[in-house]
Write a protein that binds this ligand. Structure first.
Ligand SMILES: [Zn+2]
Length: 332
């Protein structure tokens, strides 16, 4: 019997756990054109398909890095997180859902606030992340965006929001709906201070976010083919008993009908925003305002209300402003 058996097998046996193709997990498929894309190429093109320009979803921190000068920014208000005011339980308790969302997304909340410079202009950017409970707007999201706007008003910066949301967070009921009014009120103060607000809509922007700040921008920009609307098409069809047109609620359709001002490819977004800020921000006014802000406490903004100061303004900024005015007072 030993005549037929080879003493040394010519091919070495690979252990089962090493039986993996080296390129596995390095490619992904474009849902639009079916092309296989090398993941590193996709990262370099800011998660836009190099073949058909399909825009994949992008996480909040990558968005901030993509917009700011040298990808440098300061992350603000990450201590603001949702509590469970209604003790809400559906199939799971809300607290469990929050914990799971934090673990899976690696984010503290569905929005990330940043402060830095875009094309040299001071800009406060709130970027929403759909991977955190569908980018839904609860009390913490509303509070973070409001703080960002109030801080921009005090520091004379521009506000940019990047929306990606399924709407208000139902686990927080009416409290989440109130955020719509709260953010809008802060935006009204920003407007009175003649500071720019640019709203960027990404796929998908729906519900309470569309119904409030996302549609209040001085300029409203959408990413190509983004779904933007309030209610879903099926609900609308059932309500008005009519067939909706093709591509209804898509960015290009909305541009044609005057609901958005521009549809901009993600790879050109930073250049577009710099151009818009160059046009909207008067550098002379900015310098004047900065010296003014240093000599006195911010006036006319919601943060100047002493009752609300403690929890409305981040303590760090509050201290900084106070320290600045103190130094100014001593020197004069
Ligand atoms: Zn593609």
């Amino acid at each position: 019997m030993s005549w037929f058996r080879k003493k040394n097998p010519r091919i070495e046996v690979v252990p089962t756990d090493e039986r993996r193709v080296k390129t596995e997990g390095q490619f992904c498929k474009c849902p639009e054109c079916d092309a296989a894309i090398f993941k590193r190429d996709l990262e370099e093109s800011l998660q836009v398909c190099p073949h058909c320009s399909h825009h994949f979803r992008l996480d909040a921190r990558s968005r901030l890095a993509m917009l700011y000068d040298e990808a440098e920014y300061e992350e603000l208000d990450d201590e603001v997180v949702s509590s469970d005011p209604l003790h809400f339980v559906d199939t799971k308790p809300y607290t469990v859902r929050l914990e799971q969302a934090r673990l899976s997304s690696g984010l503290p909340e569905a929005v990330i606030n940043g402060r830095g410079r875009i094309g040299g202009h001071l800009a406060h950017v709130a970027a929403m992340d759909f991977s955190f409970m569908g980018g839904s707007m609860g009390c913490a999201v509303g509070e973070k965006i409001t703080r960002l706007i109030e801080r921009a008003t005090a520091e004379r910066g521009a506000v940019i929001t990047i929306s990606s949301s399924g709407g208000a967070r139902m686990q927080e009921g009416t409290l989440s709906l109130m955020q719509m009014a709260k953010i809008s009120a802060a935006l009204a103060v920003l407007d009175e201070a003649h500071l720019p607000f640019i709203s960027v809509l990404t796929d998908p922007t729906t519900g309470g976010v569309t119904a409030s700040f996302a549609m209040l921008g001085d300029i409203i920009i959408a990413e190509p083919k983004a779904l933007i609307g309030f209610a879903g098409p099926r609900v609308i069809e059932q309500t008005i008993r009519q067939k909706l047109p093709k591509d209804f609620q898509r960015a290009e359709f909305l541009l044609e009908h005057g609901m958005v001002d521009a549809v901009v490819d993600r790879r050109e977004m930073r250049a577009f925003l710099i151009k818009a800020l160059n046009f909207m921000v008067n550098p002379a006014a900015q310098v004047e305002a900065q010296t003014e802000a240093q000599s006195s406490e911010p006036q006319g903004s919601l943060t100047s209300d002493p009752d609300r100061n403690g929890h409305r303004q981040s303590p760090a900024t509050d201290l900084k402003i106070k320290a600045q005015s103190k130094a100014q007072n001593q020197s004069t």
